[in-house]
Design a protein around this ligand. Structure first.
Ligand code: GDP
Length: 336
């Protein structure tokens, strides 16, 4: 069961559980370094987009008026949103006036600190206190939902948790087959019905199965509804209400998978989903394909939703608990 991957410690922290033997105490620092370096690696391409800008901002020995203009532009380019970008610049300007920031290097450190704080005032958590803990995963087609459910199932299994996956995306046979492969790899039980089956019935079966087996976690993959279609959102609302028939406290998490490359459009998507069903957090995928990871800030600021997980590639290990500090530094560091 022991996994030599230092990520395990970060995952155990996310879930509020003990890491398996072999990934015990004293490895949190190593885990953080591991996460940071891989995130950095996966974000190389996106970072190149604003790298010259950042290099120009962080290089000077003295911060000048021009620095602030450049910084504001870089923040907006990274999709931090106008309001947040202006607020960050204002705060850092004040620190400069007070003499706490003198040169570009001070500015870099202060920027990472402020961005990380605004991205996540507290560390990401997904509590597994319920048996089973029911986690619904929603989002539009192509956002990476199915892949994320597979990665999550695998990670939970490697932490010794038993997992049931409900394939409630009954509209796409391919999605169910894809999930079957993921489930087998993760040693998770897959609950599925035929194509076109009622997604609510699948969700119900999955939770019922999880309860009867005493599973630790039930992951429900829902259909990638187009958020603009009112009736489709209505259906999602119905599916979201199903787990409560078996456990009034469920679902315990409803996570929106958001493709980071959709930029500001992702924000309106998040808003629509949040209005239809109550979200508890966001899983930001494909941050490896964009310099727009700053979208975490308006998600937090406007919707008060925490980003809990980040997908930075197609490999199994390219899903990580959201670490605001590592993320802020990975986005806002010039190319080495
Ligand atoms: P769904 O329609 O929302 O279930 O999306 P899928 O899980 O089928 O994923 C759509 C595509 O995005 C697939 O080709 C995935 O391999 C890819 N994908 C998912 N997550 C990531 C990620 O974090 N980074 C990258 N580069 N690709 C991803």
């Amino acid at each position: 069961m022991a996994d030599p991957n230092p990520d395990q410690q970060a995952w155990a922290e996310l879930f509020g559980i003990q890491a398996p033997i072999g990934d015990g105490q004293g490895e949190a620092g190593e885990a953080r370094r591991g996460l940071f370096s891989r995130l950095r690696e996966n974000l190389t391409r996106p970072r190149q987009a604003i790298s010259p800008q950042l290099a120009g901002i962080f290089a000077p020995k003295l911060v000048t008026e021009e620095t602030w203009e450049q910084l504001e532009e870089a923040l907006i380019t990274a999709d931090c949103g106008m309001e947040e970008s202006l607020a960050v610049v204002e705060e850092l300007r004040a620190e400069t006036r007070e003499g706490r920031i003198v040169g570009g290097q001070d500015l870099a450190r202060a920027l990472w600190r402020v961005i990380a704080r605004d991205m996540a005032p507290e560390p990401a958590r997904i509590s597994l206190e319920h048996t089973p803990t029911v986690i619904m995963v929603v989002g539009v087609n192509g956002s990476g939902k199915t892949t994320t459910v597979g990665k999550l199932a695998h990670r939970l299994s490697s932490l010794g948790k038993s997992v049931v996956i409900g394939a409630a995306d009954t509209f796409r046979a391919a999605a169910v087959d894809q999930l079957a492969v993921w489930a087998e790899r993760a040693g998770a039980q897959l609950v599925r019905q035929g194509p076109g089956a009622d997604p609510g019935a699948v969700a119900y079966d999955a939770v019922a199965s999880g309860r009867s087996r005493g599973a630790d976690v039930v992951l429900i993959d829902t259909a990638g509804r187009l958020q603009t279609k009112h009736n489709l959102m209505e259906e999602l609302r119905k599916v979201a209400g199903v787990p409560a028939k078996l456990d009034p406290t469920a679902p315990h998490e409803t996570l929106l998978v958001l493709d980071a490359t959709t930029g500001q459009n992702g924000l309106s998507q998040a808003r629509l989903f949040h209005e239809a069903i109550t979200l508890t957090g966001v899983i930001l995928t494909k941050v490896d394909g964009t310099a727009k990871g700053g979208i975490v800030l308006p998600i937090r600021r406007d919707l008060d939703l925490p980003v809990k997980l980040v997908g930075s590639g197609e490999k199994l290990e390219d899903l990580q608990p959201f670490d605001a500090e590592a993320f802020a530094r990975a986005i806002f560091s010039p190319e080495a």
